[in-house]
Write a protein that binds this ligand. Structure first.
Ligand code: SAM
Length: 335
């Protein structure tokens, strides 16, 4: 027997079987604003009992789990501190608070546990959850996602130089995060956010709040059909890749190519898989999320995305990490 065979046991399998417990503890901590209380000075369990109004035993259980999950740690003086990412993004009332996004998929939890039934029923439509979008639900959606979107958009303008570009088309632009941030960064740039008709009502509010209404406009349309407004010299499509299958994405990339002027560039930013589909896990799970959301979408590999660009006619295609283990960025130029 080899050394590795001797060591095979059920530890990993048991951890996976109960992985949902971590999500549940995390949600409960956010419900009682535990990280916010710690940030604001309730750094002992006694103080957390007062701040959360929970029983001593439940504070002890929560703190124990969160210590093991490395969400909080003990400081040298025996008080509790948030982990750096927790403190940056999960303190309510701060600018970068992302709690709403963390909670965004919580209502889907019962469906994840009905996955087999959903698969056997073969449900799913092309647009999935976007079929039923209303102005109200679109506003709620972007209230939750915009903090993440603007963070990614700031990364985009640090990574991509659009100073020589005049018009950016932002496909599925949602809150307008990429367009707003790009025109704020590049003074000669205008942008058009194309998103579904109920969504652009919300987009217009973000544009107005940022005071860039003279340089960013919106088009209410379904990007899976019809030609795109053009000519433009830059296109970005961010964070909607797994919503659709290969045929739809290839069609979007081909129509973006047609909307571009010669020399123009397209950036597709999304959760992409390694070519052997063995990870990253988050990219794989976003594909499965589409079963839960009722679409026919799936995760795409980097090679597939490069293929969509090449088939459309793009050249100088390059793919790189955008947010490690989360998002990759594919760029191509129209000859
Ligand atoms: C996760 S959000 C990303 C928003 C934005 N690109 C960002 O990164 O901040 C996905 C967006 O794609 C839009 N979308 C999905 N399917 C679409 C379609 N068929 N036509 C137009 N927009 C679509 C959604 O309405 C939503 O605003």
């Amino acid at each position: 027997m080899t050394e590795s065979a001797e060591r095979i046991d059920t530890t990993r399998l048991q951890a996976v079987a109960r992985a949902y417990t971590q999500s549940a503890v995390f949600y409960a901590a956010l419900d009682v604003e535990l990280f916010t209380h710690i940030h604001n000075g309730s750094t002992t369990e006694e103080e957390l009992i007062t701040a959360t109004t929970l029983r001593q035993i439940d504070v002890e259980r929560l703190v124990t789990c969160l210590l093991s999950m490395e969400m909080i740690t003990w400081s040298d003086d025996g008080s509790l501190v948030n982990a750096p990412d927790v403190d940056k993004f999960l303190v309510k009332g701060t600018r970068r608070y992302a709690g709403e996004w963390m909670m965004f998929t919580r209502p889907d939890v019962p469906k994840w546990f009905r996955m087999t039934e959903l698969m056997l029923s073969q449900h799913g439509t092309r647009l999935g959850m976007y079929d039923e979008l209303t102005v109200e639900s679109a506003k709620k959606y972007h209230q939750a996602t915009s903090s993440i979107g603007f963070g990614a958009a700031r990364r985009f303008v640090r990574t991509v130089d659009l100073s020589e570009r005049r018009h950016l088309l932002d496909l599925g632009g949602g809150s307008g995060a990429y367009s707003i941030t790009a025109v704020e960064t590049f003074e000669n740039l205008r942008a058009t956010v194309l998103d579904l008709p109920p969504v652009v009502v919300a987009t217009q509010e973000y544009i107005a709040d940022a005071g860039v209404g003279d340089r960013v406009d919106t088009v209410g349309a379904d990007f899976t059909q019809g030609e795109f407004p053009g000519p433009v010299d830059a296109v970005v499509m961010a964070s909607n890749l797994p919503i659709y299958d290969g045929q739809v994405i290839a069609g979007v990339v081909a129509r973006a190519f047609r909307a571009l002027e010669s020399g123009g560039e397209m950036h597709l930013i999304g959760e992409m898989l390694d070519d052997d589909r063995s990870g990253p896990l988050d990219s794989a799970m976003w594909g499965m999320n589409e079963l839960i959301c009722g679409s026919l979408g799936r995760s795409h590999t980097r090679a597939e995305v490069v293929g969509y660009f090449a088939d459309a006619g793009f050249v100088d295609i390059d793919i790189s990490e955008f947010v490690p283990d989360t998002l990759a960025r594919c760029v191509g130029t129209k000859p």
